[in-house]
Design a protein around this ligand. Structure first.
Ligand SMILES: NC(=O)c1ccc[n+]([C@@H]2O[C@H](COP(=O)([O-])OP(=O)(O)OC[C@H]3O[C@@H](n4cnc5c(N)ncnc54)[C@H](O)[C@@H]3O)[C@@H](O)[C@H]2O)c1
Ligand SMILES: [Zn+2]
Length: 371
């Protein structure tokens, strides 16, 4: 079996762990578990039915027959990322005799990771867990950084906790069964990583779009490693989002607004972020932070990983949804902009006029894409 792995350290005070990235990792995880939990710890896998039917057997093959893990299912979909399901899973854990020495294994996309991490954070006031992210987005983004949580009907991720995993295993083999739009959605977050802090990653993605989009292992591994390294560095420097961590939100202010006005139905998160990054790039150009040439290069790379699906929204609705963004403080409109390819900054004073003209510009691009 092909095994190529690399390890990326995350060194946050009180939470040192490694992200293992490569092909052929799944069958090796069971054997490594005793090093990550107490000896003979009982393991509980939380997963989605689709992920389990595709990859469950491969993961299970690495566990000893004498101490097999128990499998708990959470149905897919953002609507299931809810507190009620955390309670159901906690009840199952308790009825199965899970105790403080048990370990949870999040095996799925970002939803499984967020719910399982939160369950691990609060079950018996906190038990260990590991992440086995199976979507590109969860490999490069949600599995690293310790944010866990669930949605309320009034908003996304409104209940949660910081709880870091003991380790992350990102196996690139699983990406071959991902639907192409899910792969592209994760790639937009990788482009973001390049724009905000890694010009070499951006250049690589600019030059190798076709190879990366064909899910070539070596190319994908290179992109994923760089994106994870960028996120690990940023969360190490600012675990609780006091400052620097906010740059991870490049493209997310308008991206979240697009998700809100389309009721989270028309676009995947990464696709909304793709549009949001086009808007943030245009705003950076309007402010004179990026040159015309830099802004055009960024827009060209975002389009190269498309097509970005069209969506319907009025300028007014998008404006209102943007104005409610969590990053705004006391009326000042805060945006993450780019001042170079590979360098983001927090701009605290975006005016209404600037925001309105950016939204008009974006909706014109959406209309063009729909023609
Ligand atoms: N905690 C954080 O820091 C953080 C960061 C970013 C996003 N998130 C959260 O992540 C969630 C989105 O995660 P996502 O994009 O991974 O979506 P997801 O978890 O909904 O997974 C997408 C779909 O792909 C399926 N799937 C997963 N792996 C597969 C595979 N290998 N092959 C085939 N199908 C597979 C899933 O069952 C699901 O239907 C959101 O809830 C978001 O809020 C959290
Ligand atoms: Zn995102």
């Amino acid at each position: 079996m092909k095994i190529m792995a690399r390890t990326i350290p995350v060194d946050i005070p009180g939470a040192n762990y490694s992200v293992h990235l490569g092909s052929g990792l799944l069958p090796r995880i069971g054997k490594r578990l005793p090093k990550l939990a107490s000896a003979n710890a009982r393991a509980f896998i939380v997963t989605a039915p689709e992920v389990w039917s595709l990859w469950g057997k491969t993961l299970l093959s690495g566990f000893p027959a004498t101490n097999p893990p128990q499998v708990l299912f959470l149905p897919s979909g953002e609507k299931n990322k809810r507190f009620a399901n955390v309670e159901t899973l906690a009840t199952m854990l308790s009825e199965s005799g899970a105790d403080r020495s048990s370990i949870l294994i999040a095996f799925g996309g970002g939803i499984i990771g967020d719910v399982t991490g939160f369950l691990a954070a609060i079950y018996m006031r906190g038990i260990p867990y590991i992440q086995i992210p199976t979507t590109l987005l969860s490999q490069v983004d949600s599995s690293v950084g310790g944010k866990t949580g669930v949605n309320l009907s009034s908003g996304k991720n409104l209940i949660g906790s910081f709880h870091h995993p003991r380790a992350v295993f990102a196996d690139t083999d699983v990406l071959h069964t991902l639907p192409p739009p899910e792969l592209r959605a994760g790639l937009y977050e990788c482009i973001k990583a390049g724009i905000i802090r890694d010009a070499a990653l951006f250049n690589y993605m600019e030059r190798n779009a076709q190879t990366i989009l064909s899910a070539d292992d070596a190319a994908l591994t290179r992109v994923i490693a760089a994106a994870i390294r960028m996120k690990a560095e940023v969360v190490t420097l600012d675990e609780r989002e006091g400052g620097l961590r906010m740059i991870l939100n490049y493209g997310h202010t308008i991206g979240h607004a697009i998700e809100t006005v389309t009721n989270y139905r028309a676009l995947l998160h990464g696709e909304a972020v793709g549009w949001g990054m086009l808007a943030a790039t245009e705003l950076s150009r309007m402010r004179g932070l990026l040159t015309e040439a830099q802004a055009s290069r960024i827009a060209a790379v975002i389009h190269a990983y498309g097509p970005l699906p069209c969506f319907r929204a009025t300028a007014e609705k998008l404006y209102e949804a943007t104005a409610r963004d969590k990053k705004n403080r006391a009326g000042a409109r805060r945006f993450i902009l780019a001042e170079a390819i590979g360098k983001a900054l927090i701009v605290p004073d975006i005016t209404d006029a600037e925001l309105r003209s950016t939204i008009d510009w974006l909706l014109a691009r959406v209309r063009e894409a729909g023609k």
